[in-house]
Design a binder for this molecule. Sequence first.
Ligand code: GDP
Length: 181
Amino acid sequence: MASPAWHYVLKFIITGDAAVGKSSLLVRLTDQRFLANPDPTLGVEFGSKLLTLPGPEGTVVKLQCWDTAGTESFRSITRSYYRGAAGALIVYDVTSRRSFDNARAWLADVRAHADAQVSCILVGNKADLVEGDESRRQVPTETAALFAQEEGLLFAETSAKNGDGVDSAFVSAAESVIRKV
Ligand code: GDP
């Protein structure tokens, strides 16, 4: 019998302040592209991607990723968005302290509305903007890593622009979900 195309289907949600790069992360993950000027009112809402997890089992997961697609500005995210999510990316922009401070509120939202066993990963996006120019950085890596550790979150810095860290962030979150199954 042919082996199945995937072993698990996981719903992931992407939360965080407007303009931190949520849609761009989704486009990068599913389409290996970057849009310099995406239309903020036409956020990508959904993307699906097969990921093979490292390890001898070669476990394949189908990620079904949902982006808030602009509704975060209106704080109108509904409960159904969170329902059934296995993983949650809480995204901030490494050049915006405010977006990092707000990550705490996004985490509280996830914890209030998602299932208790949801795996969360804190993602510091736009890392390309501080490469070779740390003066633009408003959120030290250590500060974010410590917050993640205190809250029991995975942590990664990413660039949707050049792709650095993006796949591995989703892979580590998916691995954490699978470990709980
Ligand atoms: P969202 O509102 O959180 O979905 O953010 P978008 O994906 O719409 O991105 C907001 C802006 O930041 C856009 O102009 C993107 O091109 C830009 N952007 C997103 N990710 C990155 C990144 O990793 N690096 C850089 N330099 N710009 C980014």
